[in-house]
Write a protein that binds this ligand. Structure first.
Ligand SMILES: Cc1ncc(COP(=O)(O)O)c(C=O)c1O
Length: 346
């Protein structure tokens, strides 16, 4: 039987033999006492890579974002973000639940919001009856927009606005590695503009679990406390930190291949008359597109019957994400399946 081609997410990868070996051999200690040598190594290595004073290993991207928002805000504050941002759409309302804050979503283009859009949304300082604007948060790459990259000049222009208004600047960099490889801008350069950054080890980099947050020493000290208060203090987690360290050392440069796979997949879609795709949105490893003939669920089911798993992107859109457990040959097969499914039934 043919192997199922799973393009639902870049989180479906399984640790490679080499990664498992690193996990098996990891030295461990009690990380709640900050005595796990592998966790400490991972955090030091990540801080260096991000160009931040310090870094903290957390269990997930959601935990990373939410710990950062908690440290940067006090209850009653407001965070400005894009309407399709992960923190707004997919984090279970946790800014309200965990930090007592609210989000102010602004509709962007391809996931990008501009200082001109943001400035009028910043609450006047003297308006005691309004929430207090505290943070501007952006996402790079932007998941729901299809893995789009935030233009560096816009990142810097928003930073100027942040400084002018004495705010904080957070980056949801779950896929910052993809942005960095595609835009040829170092992760350090991206991170340098933000007070806090959260980035995932468990997506394109192929680790089974974990994210890293980066910031100043003072910021990470407080983040460590928040992580603990949410039950996120774990003990001999060097065995999973080892996978993250392996991922950072070995799996960043190869993301380029995933971007090539996305281009191949997207080109196939563009040739199918019953599908709609904006090729300019395909900038990294995510492809979002529409079927003109099927509902999202029907299309997902039809592809599944042929051995191709895809998922819903934003409502009305289909999404395929490339990753290290899918080969170029499999992308070729996936292209044939798409032709079969969408042409046959048009
Ligand atoms: C942009 C973005 N931020 C955060 C997350 C959350 O990561 P996790 O699933 O590890 O909690 C995701 C997950 O898909 C994401 O795409």
């Amino acid at each position: 039987m043919n192997k199922i081609i799973d393009l639902r997410s870049d989180t479906v990868t399984r640790p490679s033999q080499e990664m498992r070996k690193a996990m098996y051999e990891a030295e461990v200690g009690d990380d709640v006492f900050q005595e796990d040598p592998t966790v400490n190594k991972l955090q030091e290595y990540a801080a260096e890579l991000l160009g931040k004073e310090d870094a903290l290993f957390v269990s997930s991207g959601v935990m990373g974002n939410q710990v950062c928002l908690r440290v940067l805000t006090t209850p009653g504050d407001e965070v400005i973000c894009e309407k399709d941002a992960h923190i707004f759409q997919y984090e279970s309302g946790s800014p309200a639940v965990l930090s007592g804050i609210q989000l102010m979503p602004i509709e962007g283009k391809a996931g990008v919001i501009t200082p001109e859009q943001i400035e009028p949304c910043i609450r006047p300082k003297e308006a005691y009856y309004m929430p207090r604007t505290k943070v501007i948060a952006i996402e790079n790459t932007h998941n729901r927009a299809g893995g789009t990259i935030q233009p560096i000049d816009n990142i810097i222009r928003i930073k100027d606005l942040v400084k002018k208004n004495n705010l904080k600047y957070h980056l949801d960099g779950a896929r910052i590695w993809n942005a960095s490889i595609a835009a040829k801008i170092s992760v350090k350069e991206y991170a340098s503009h933000f007070d806090s950054i959260s980035c995932c080890l468990s997506k394109g980099l192929g680790a089974p679990v974990g994210s890293i947050i980066g910031g100043s020493k003072e910021f990470i000290k407080e983040a460590f406390r928040v992580r603990k208060s949410w039950g996120g203090g774990m003990r001999q987690i060097g065995i999973i930190a080892a996978a993250g360290l392996y991922a950072l050392k070995n799996n960043i440069n190869r993301l380029e291949e995933d971007h090539q796979k996305a281009q191949l997949f997207a080109e196939a879609i563009a040739e199918i008359p019953t599908c709609e795709i904006d090729l300019s949105s395909v900038q990294t490893n995510i492809v979002i597109f529409k079927s003109k003939t099927f509902s999202v669920n029907e299309a997902i089911e039809k592809c599944k019957e042929e051995g191709l798993l895809i998922s819903e992107g934003k409502p009305g859109y289909l999404r395929a994400i490339m990753h290290l457990d899918v080969s170029f040959d499999e992308i070729d097969k996936a292209r044939k399946i798409l032709n079969e499914v969408f042409k046959k039934l048009s």
